[in-house]
Design a protein around this ligand. Structure first.
Ligand code: ADP
Ligand code: F6P
Length: 321
């Protein structure tokens, strides 16, 4: 039988732990007698044949590094059928008979399209947003949240010194998971997420009530999906008289050395992806449910809906006063 050749690529926004996933794929595939090619810059590399053979040592010293050694991209060409067919041709030419795609839900749509075109692909959830419905956890989420905490602890110092309100905008695209959990961990007075509507007067009232109880500085955690945090800071200042500043944390949240949780998650998911490809199984997305590694048909996985933890949100708001 011909030796199996699998490709690995990272796609969409990078996330700490993507390198650990690439390492996991390369090491477990070679261990099982397969060859591995690294594909550069997401689907672009597949379309243009920008690939290279990877051996065990190519993934040495990367488990601890943020970013992705394979580079990443948002490749518009791959959203068209012509792009998918070009990628398929590259796979045929190079003998690639399976691809692991580390990315978010857009990347999985691409992985499903390529699987349907005849190249089995497995999606691994890699995004700081934790917004993929068929998995409890995505690679990069924990590291990003720890980065947010480190930054907000610093913001708290200066907010405390000046008796100010610090409005902190965190990433998450249309999801509020980063905001919710970092809001709890950083003791935010209020957390705003796109999943839940809040009357802005509630924030104002809470700040003023807390002021009466002797609180002089405030952290308001805002998910980017909620909207303009600068304008919110201004409105809070006008309504409460508390001097307010907005800070948009931005791309710092996407960098840095992955935490233990992200390294282990990436390794476990990568291992399962290789197991599936070894059996010739494609069009699947791998993830976690209650701590266990699971896999779903990509289409079904994308159609699943994740419940926002409303109870946790309620607890967060009750304990911050
Ligand atoms: P991010 O959320 O960081 O953008 P995604 O994994 O959603 O990460 O990446 C989106 C990228 O996936 C797109 O820019 C494109 O390169 C790739 N992609 C491939 N096929 C599709 C598709 N059918 N729909 C959307 N995105 C696709
Ligand atoms: O999906 C990851 C993410 O960092 C989101 O949280 C954010 O909305 C987006 O990507 C930012 O994308 P870009 O890198 O294109 O600015």
């Amino acid at each position: 039988m011909n030796q199996k050749v699998i490709g690995v690529l990272t796609s969409g926004g990078d996330a700490p732990g993507m390198n650990a996933a690439v390492r996991g794929v390369v090491r477990s595939a070679i261990k099982r007698g397969m060859r591995v090619v690294g594909i550069r810059r997401g689907y672009n590399g597949l379309i243009h044949g920008d690939v290279f053979e990877m051996n065990m040592r190519d993934v040495s010293d990367i488990i601890q590094r943020g970013g992705t050694i394979l580079y990443t991209a948002r490749c518009l060409e791959f959203k068209e059928q012509a792009g998918v067919l070009k990628a398929k041709e590259t796979c045929e030419k190079l003998g690639i008979n399976g691809v692991v795609v580390v990315g978010g839900d857009g990347s999985f749509r691409g992985a499903s399209d390529l699987s349907k075109a005849g190249v089995p692909c497995i999606g691994l959830p890699g995004t700081i947003d934790n917004d993929i419905s068929c998995t409890d956890y995505t690679i990069g989420y924990d590291t990003a949240m720890n980065t947010v905490c480190e930054m907000v602890d610093k913001l708290r110092d200066t907010a405390q010194s000046h008796d100010r309100c610090s409005v902190v905008e965190v990433m998450g695209r249309r999801a509020g998971y980063i905001a919710l959990n970092t809001g709890i961990a950083c003791g935010a007075t209020f957390i705003l997420v796109p999943e839940l509507d809040v009357d802005e007067n509630e924030i104002i009232d809470k700040i003023m009530a807390a002021q009466k109880l002797g609180k002089h500085h405030f952290i308001i955690m805002v998910a980017e999906g909620v909207g303009n945090s600068e304008a919110l800071a201004k409105r809070i200042e006008d309504a409460t008289g508390v001097e307010s500043r907005a800070t948009i944390l931005g791309h710092v949240q996407r960098g840095g050395n992955p935490t233990v949780r992200d390294r282990v998650a990436a390794t476990r998911l990568a291992y399962r992806a290789v197991e599936l490809l070894e059996q010739g199984i494609g069009d699947r997305v791998v993830g976690f449910q209650k701590g266990d590694v699971v896999d779903y048909d990509i289409h079904e996985g994308l159609a699943m809906r994740k419940q926002f933890p409303v109870d946790l949100y309620r607890i967060a708001n009750e304990v911050s006063f």
